[in-house]
Design a protein around this ligand. Structure first.
Ligand code: PRP
Ligand code: URA
Length: 212
């Protein structure tokens, strides 16, 4: 994926450790949810290395000093429903005041085409750094449509974080949205004939919410 300057694949040892547990079919819903949150927090730190800071004056017990902070309200989180919801708390641990928008997408199980069924975004989102989250990037259809929906509503600074991605999905997003930085914790091998990522972890939404 070196050919795409907007794609960053972490390969962090701690993430590898946690993803190995996430993949295990014997990992239960509670642990699965907790791992998704923890991995998201690590990814948020890594993906925000170049976030803009503003100077602020701080008075320590000893003297006044100029320090640097991320401006409050400058970050918004947008999960792609449903599975993206599992990543929201992980970003909130880093940016507790970030507002949250929601984009509802489901993949038609026959055609694998994404369908938008819901979109509610915070006021003023067009001026914020938007972190779009979805743990699974398979064909890339849902992510490409969600990114287009955000851009249609004026968002200009968008980062997309996905925990497990297939090469097909990365290519689709990188080519359709070269202006969006794409952060992936783990690059998997391929998709199977049903559009599931291999080795993957199965259906992230079902495992997060216990629907199967
Ligand atoms: C999953 C996943 C992504 C999408 C990825 O959602 O959370 O949104 O599939 O597939 P794609 O890259 O091929 O579009 P799903 O449609 O299963 O909905 P759910 O989260 O409600 O289970
Ligand atoms: N959505 C999932 O939840 N898992 C996959 O492997 C592909 C799409």
């Amino acid at each position: 994926m070196r050919e795409y300057p907007n794609v960053f694949i972490f390969e962090h040892p701690l993430i590898k450790h946690k993803v190995s547990i996430l993949r295990d079919k014997n990992t239960g819903m509670k642990e699965f949810r907790e791992l998704i949150e923890e991995i998201t927090t690590i990814m948020t730190y890594e993906s925000m290395r170049d976030v803009a800071l503003v100077p602020v004056e701080v008075e320590t017990p000893l003297e006044k000093t100029v320090q640097y902070r991320v401006p409050e309200e400058s970050v918004a989180i947008v999960p792609i429903l449903r599975a993206g919801l599992g990543m929201v708390n992980g970003v909130h641990r880093v940016f507790p005041t970030a507002r949250v928008g929601h984009i509802g997408m489901y993949r038609d199980e026959e055609t694998l085409e994404p369908h938008e069924y819901y979109c509610k975004l915070p006021e003023g989102i067009e001026d914020k750094t938007v972190i779009l989250v979805d743990p699974m990037l398979a064909t890339g259809g849902s992510a490409c449509d969600a990114l287009a929906a955000l851009k249609k509503r004026g968002c200009k600074k968008i980062r997309f974080m996905s925990i497990i991605a297939a090469p097909e999905g990365i290519r689709a997003v990188a080519e359709a949205h070269p202006d969006v930085s794409l952060f992936v914790s783990t690059l998997d091998r391929c998709l199977n004939e049903n559009g599931y990522i291999l080795p993957g972890l199965g259906d992230a939404g079902d495992r997060l919410f216990g629907t199967k």
